[in-house]
Design a protein around this ligand. Structure first.
Ligand code: KIV
Length: 254
């Protein structure tokens, strides 16, 4: 199915069946998640932390994203493959389009970028070129240094209205959906109710968005050194790896 058709189908899910989304960074994980029936696989720049060992997403480059997007694209047949535009790769509309096109060449079927009103022209340029875009509002990990940490958003009416203004600008520019990160539940509900495009939440409280997204390592317990408070681990892959390796060592050493 052409990528724009997949993005249109995603957009049409507003208020219908909840959208399921997870991050994936490599071939086997993408294949397993795709075969399990996940709607959307995000090759997130969270790979900077949970795969590449950097302290935050600001170290991720377009080359990193291209490498991992290609691996995910080889593994997924049905899910929409969404590639994150990393920091510094979309400073203006023309550069944003070049970067988005490179992710598409690697196998992405849509791209995601962070921010609101200031990104609308970039979104419109990418969408007009035929590449679906998903927005990202609320807590913006690429701004962690300026913000001095990861802070909840939507704490005041002014802050909520600011996010809404950004969301409406992204919607008018043609996004297919908007990821909301770490927005307080009441503000999230207001945003979901005011928008025509689906919201996909992480850390916004269950059931306040049209879909949910999670970082795969949080769900399967494969990155035990940091698990966000809102995450629900459903497996202990780190524990299983340690157990298997200890068994392997024991068998070698007797
Ligand atoms: O990079 C990422 O994993 C993300 C999710 C937190 C939505 O952007």
């Amino acid at each position: 199915m052409p990528s724009s058709e997949k993005a249109d189908q995603l957009r049409a899910r507003k208020g219908c069946a909840p959208i399921s989304a997870l991050t994936a960074y490599d071939y086997p994980t993408a294949r397993l998640l795709d075969e399990a029936g996940i709607d959307l696989l995000l090759v997130g720049d969270s790979l900077g932390m949970v795969v590449l060992g950097f302290p935050d997403t600001t170290h991720v480059t377009l080359d990193h994203m291209i490498h991992h997007t290609a691996a995910v694209a080889r593994g997924a047949k049905n899910a929409l493959i969404l590639g994150d535009l990393p920091i510094h790769t979309y400073p203006d509309p023309a550069t944003a389009l070049v970067s988005a096109s490179k992710l598409v060449d690697a196998g992405a079927e849509a791209v995601k970028l962070e921010g609101g009103v200031g990104q609308a022209e970039k979104v419109a340029t990418i969408v007009e070129a035929g590449i679906p875009v998903i927005g990202h509002l609320g807590m913006l990990p690429q701004r962690v240094k300026e913000e001095g940490g990861y802070k909840k958003k939507g704490k005041t009416d002014d802050e909520t209205q600011e996010i809404l203004k950004g969301a409406l600008a992204l919607q008018a520019a043609g996004v297919s959906a908007i990821v909301l990160e770490s927005v307080l539940p009441k503000a999230t509900r207001l945003l979901t109710d005011h928008l025509d495009v689906p919201t996909i939440g992480i850390g916004c409280g269950q059931g306040n968005c049209d879909g949910e997204i999670a970082v795969i390592t949080d769900i399967i317990g494969s990155y035990p050194w940091f698990v966000p408070p809102f995450a629900t681990p459903r497996a202990d892959v780190a524990g299983e790896i340690t157990k298997a390796v200890k068994g392997y060592l024991d068998a070698l050493t007797g």
